[in-house]
Write a protein that binds this ligand. Structure first.
Ligand code: SF4
Length: 355
């Protein structure tokens, strides 16, 4: 079958390189990349996410999402004078055989783009606990799944906040994409977590309780288009699976979402927009958050989830901190802060390209 001409702004000067998963339109590489960047700019501007002069900590995992995010923000900043001061912040969870290679990718990006890089490690921040140590300790509780991603999600969020504070950032951005957001919405429904559902639809958090404002500029970009953008821009990123990812509940939710997407291609964005419009009855809303008595972070009890988790680890009972009753403040959540979202089945551009 002959390759169609591009239906984008170039007016068919070039042959189409792909059919956009999002719109179905056949476009060339150049028109696709321009449209992708323009859509991220619209997200930034519509949500007023990053004001001029913002010092932006980019949560950098070395994976495709944060790599594309940093690349697009640099491009938009240069082209549109956004006056952003970008700084990469990477988290070393202490996962042997996995994170070292991912951090090497982040270091290459920092050098290539001449962006300052700060690496914060769980072991330094959390009294010597690495994710491997947490997993070992969790496995000692008989008859229970380890729930590594639940522990890791809590600690990652705290670690990224610490790293961002160290580089004197005013804002944090993460590479969560539309597929991640849809998975999170579905997961929260399945867990009956009304508090997180009520908060999950916004483009980020405003920075309550002394925390920095966070946002997700790729929230409306599909995973497939992010992979294609990275491919066309020849970005160097890391795409291996975290060793603990196969244990995660999110993997089951992802499989369910893929099955739903086959029947209804718009289901990912439909879910993201559903969460935006969701309003909880007053009686279902979580109580206003307080402050952790130990570290001052947002907390639904006297200790925030990270402090409670570390307490539980040190007492040999890590699961104490993730029981029911802690939902609703954005503290808890399986993989909520994980930037390593290529778990399970990394998507390759060659598997998506139509032409
Ligand atoms: Fe942490 Fe992500 Fe690995 Fe889970 S998949 S253990 S959240 S790095």
């Amino acid at each position: 079958m002959p390759v169609p001409r591009c239906s984008g702004p170039c007016g068919g000067v070039r042959p189409a390189a792909l059919r956009r998963p999002r719109t179905g339109g056949a476009v060339c590489r150049s028109c696709f990349c321009n449209a992708f960047e323009a859509e991220v700019l619209t997200t930034l501007q519509t949500g007023r996410l990053l004001p001029p002069g913002a010092i932006v900590a980019v949560g950098a995992s070395g994976g495709k999402d944060s790599t594309v995010l940093a690349h697009v923000l640099r491009a938009l900043d240069a082209r549109h004078g956004l006056e952003l001061d970008l700084r990469l912040v990477a988290v070393d969870e202490g996962i042997g055989g996995y994170r070292d290679a991912a951090l090497a990718a982040v270091r290459r990006q920092a050098a290539r783009w001449q962006l300052p890089l700060t690496v914060v490690a769980y072991a330094d921040l959390f009294g010597g606990w690495t994710m491997d140590e947490v997993a070992r300790r969790a496995a000692q509780e008989p008859g229970r799944a380890r729930a590594c991603c639940t522990f890791c999600g809590v600690l990652r969020r705290r670690a990224l906040e610490e790293g961002a504070q160290r580089v004197r950032a005013t804002h944090i951005v993460t590479g969560h994409n539309a597929d991640d957001m849809a998975e999170t919405v579905l997961m929260n429904f399945l867990r009956g977590d009304s508090g997180r559902l009520a908060r999950g639809g916004t483009l980020g958090s405003p920075g309550e309780g002394g925390a920095l404002p966070r946002c997700r500029p790729l929230q409306f970009a599909s995973q497939k288009e992010i992979v294609l953008y990275a491919h066309f821009q020849e970005l160097d990123y890391f795409s291996e699976e975290c060793v603990y990812a196969p244990e995660a509940f999110r993997g089951h939710v992802r499989d369910l979402l893929k099955a739903l997407e086959a029947a209804r291609p718009s289901v990912v964005l439909d879910l993201v927009h559903s969460a935006e419009r969701l309003a909880l009855a007053p009686a279902a809303r979580p109580p206003p958050p307080g402050a952790c008595t130990r570290c001052g972070a947002l907390a639904s009890r006297s200790l925030c989830q990270a402090c409670a988790l570390l307490d539980g680890l040190n007492r040999g009972r890590p699961r104490l901190a993730i029981g029911k009753g802690r939902k609703g403040l954005g503290e808890e959540g399986e993989e909520q802060s994980c930037a390593s979202k290529d778990r399970g089945r990394p998507i390759r551009a060659g598997a998506i390209q139509a032409f």
